[in-house]
Every structure is written in C-alpha cells, then in structure tokens.
Write a protein that binds this ligand. Structure first.
Ligand code: F3S
Length: 398
C-alpha cells in the first residue's frame, strides 16, 4: 500500500506509540485487502467498549494505547456493559463496574466522546452523503452506508481505534464505488404493520440475500425507527452492511434493480416470527431499544405505560443514549416510565451487558435483540411495542 511521507513517519513511531501501532494495524489491513492507499475519514465509531467482551486483555490493550494516543477525528463509542451512572439499579456487581469504569477512563484519555450508543447519528455523529467514515457497530454501519449514504466498512474495535488515531482508513471494500452496487433484488410483497415486522423483514432478507447487497422494492414508506430496526436485523441475519430501498434510501435511483429477484411474502414474515419466538409464557425481562431508542420511541413508551404498572415479576428496560435520556427527562417521559416501574438502561444494551444467568426469558421489538439474547441463553419473544408493554404489565406473553 502506498504511504505518504507523513504516514511513513507515523509508521516509524515518530508520532508516538499509539499512532505507530495504529499504522501497523491499518497497513496490515490494507495489504490483506489490496488497498492502494489510506483515505481520510470524517468520523469514527468504536465498538468493543463493554468490559464483558473486552476482559482484562482488552483493558490492558486500551491502557497501552491511552498512554499517548489522542483521536484526530470525531470519535464516539458503542454501548458499554452497564449504565455508567445507575449501574446498581440494573443489578451490575461492584467489580464489573470498577473494571468497566477503567475501560471508560482509557477512552476518556484518548479524547473520545463517551457517548456509548449504537445510534451515534441521533446524537451528533452524523456523516453526510458520500463521506468516508470508519464505524464498527453493525446496525450503525448499515444505517450509515444505506440510509445516509456514507461509506464505511464494518470495522473491528482495534481497526476503528487505529483509524481514529491516524484519521484515516485503508481504501478498500465499501469505500470503493465498484463494491457498492446491489447484487440481488428483493421485492417485498408482504404488508408491514408494526415495528417488529421490520426486524422480521430484515431476518428474511438477511437469510435469503446471503452476504449480497440487496436492492429492496415494494416498500412505499419507512420512518427512521423502522429503518434502524431493519438495519440491525438485515446485517445480523446475513446480508452485507449495505442495502438500497427504492424511493427511500439515497443512491437507489442510481442503480437498476438486479435481475435475480427474491420475493418476500406475508408467509415469510410469519415464518421469521416462528423461528425467532420461543415457546414460553413467563417473561423475566422486556427490553426496548435495540438499536437504542429515539426520543419518538420513548415518547410512545411513556404514552403506552400511562396508568399501568410493570409486573413485579418482570423487569422493563428502555435502552438509549444518555443524551436522548436527557431529552426524555426534560419532556417528563422518564418520570412517566419510572412511575410505572420501568428502568432506563442508558449507555448499554441487552447484547453487551452481562445478562447471562440473570434472566431466563426476554420480550423485545427487536430481531437483533432476540439473536443476541439467545447467545445469552435466554428464550425470546419478538412483537410490537404494544405487545411488549402488555407482556411487561402482565408478566407474561399472551
Ligand atoms: Fe445496539 Fe446493542 Fe442492539 S449495540 S443494535 S442495542 S444489540
């Protein structure tokens, strides 16, 4: 890979340890994928924040980099393993909290914004169309590539950090226009009625598109919450972190739908629910906010919980960024949700918090949430917001 004089100096260590290590990572990646050069990135989103996933080895790696590493571009973080303020309320133990805080301290030293969210585009890390970025979390990467039209590969935690310290990333993969053309057409004949249907659709397309870039037709309109749910699901269950949706996502007008066509019918959506939903009744946890809730979703939750109480057998969590929670505080939504017995899980989520063994079953609106909950040995139910709230109030799925 071609390096400028400045990049060669960085690689030799003339700008310190963190930059040298980062250049080593970027050059190795560039060589593996045949990148011709490095390109500047406008922002970075770093995954690998939860101590649950990092462990002591990860913490040590971050502390080494934090000795002299400072990010050069706007950099935000993916969810951590706990609510950074109210971790006790979520049943996190002291030792985990201590280690998680050490991870956060390392990121602070690097001048990273301690945002801890998979929806960075809702809190000010919002790229523009065509901008090169280096983001990590799969739903955010898919949203950035598809809904915004920015360009990013799905970075791992170390390669995203390396891009943040150098301000650049290797020019390969989805940074190149020739790799961004759709490979398969997916016609959606099914009717989508509720938020979880978008997760079910993502499941169907992810499975059927099999690592291809889908060009989706047949959808007449979609709002931000539906698209973020679809982004999370389609990439989790199989396809590349990029899709086109005719008339909805930018760039769809530039491409013709590929000849190969898959059709998604109502029966496919029903089969997705059957596959995602386990057979159980008592719900231990209801979690809304995968990807992290928008303020509109939180307003809806507050409205649906009016004059209701969460069952004493069930926990009800709203996962969101701290910034969105601040708006919820000001609007009175937090008080309404907490009055009903709900809890906010800021800065964290159902996939990266240490939940294994704490709950046997979960209900959620999110197909991706179900996928990761099964990894945590939980039985799963996916449904509309109304169905999830009913389950939280009754303590069971009906
Ligand atoms: Fe976000 Fe966690 Fe879901 S990172 S997309 S809330 S699994």
């Amino acid at each position: 890979m071609y390096l400028t004089k400045e990049e060669e100096r960085m690689l030799k260590g003339e700008e310190g340890y963190a930059v040298k290590k980062s250049m080593e990572i970027l050059v190795a990646l560039g060589d593996i994928y045949g990148a011709e050069k490095l390109i500047k990135v406008g922002s970075v989103q770093v995954a690998g924040v939860s101590y649950h996933n990092l462990g002591d080895a990860g913490l040590e790696f971050l502390n080494e980099l934090a000795k002299d590493g400072k990010v050069r571009v706007l950099t935000t973080l993916n969810p951590a393993g706990m609510d950074l303020k109210d971790w006790k309320k979520l049943g996190i133990d002291e030792e985990f909290a201590r280690k998680q805080n050490l991870v956060i301290d390392a990121f602070k030293k690097m001048s990273i914004i301690i945002s801890c969210t998979c929806t960075p585009y809702l809190i000010g890390n919002l790229p523009i169309y065509g901008e090169h970025i280096a983001w990590s979390e799969s739903s955010a990467v898919t949203f950035a590539n598809s809904v915004i039209g920015a360009k990013t590969n799905r970075e791992g935690g170390p390669s995203a950090l390396a891009a943040a310290f150098v301000g650049k990333t290797p020019y390969y993969g989805l940074h190149l226009d020739e790799n961004r053309a759709p490979d398969t057409c997916v016609h959606v004949a099914a009717k989508l009625k509720k938020i979880s249907d978008w997760g079910a659709l993502g499941y169907c397309i992810g499975k059927k598109a099999e690592n291809k870039i889908p060009y989706v037709t047949g959808i007449e309109d979609a709002n931000l919450d539906e698209l973020k749910s679809f982004c999370a699901s389609v990439v989790t269950y199989g396809s590349k972190p990029l899709f086109y949706m005719r008339g909805i996502t930018p760039g769809s007008e530039k491409h013709q739908p590929p000849r190969e066509t898959i059709t998604i019918e109502n029966e496919d959506i029903e089969e997705a629910y059957q596959s995602i939903n386990d057979d159980f009744c008592t719900v231990d946890l209801v979690c809304i906010g995968c990807p992290h809730c928008s303020i509109k979703e939180i307003a809806e939750i507050a409205k649906l919980l009016k004059n209701k109480n969460i069952s004493s057998n069930t926990e009800f969590w709203v996962a969101c960024s701290r910034l969105v929670k601040q708006i919820a505080d000001e609007r009175g939504y937090t008080e309404a949700i907490e009055r009903a017995g709900g809890k906010f899980a800021c800065d964290t989520c159902m996939a990266v918090a240490p939940l294994r063994g704490k709950f046997r079953s979960v209900a959620t609106t999110s197909a991706k949430g179900c996928y990761y909950s099964r990894h945590n040995d939980m039985m799963t139910k996916m449904g509309s917001l109304e169905e999830c709230i009913e389950a939280a109030v009754k303590g069971k799925w009906s």
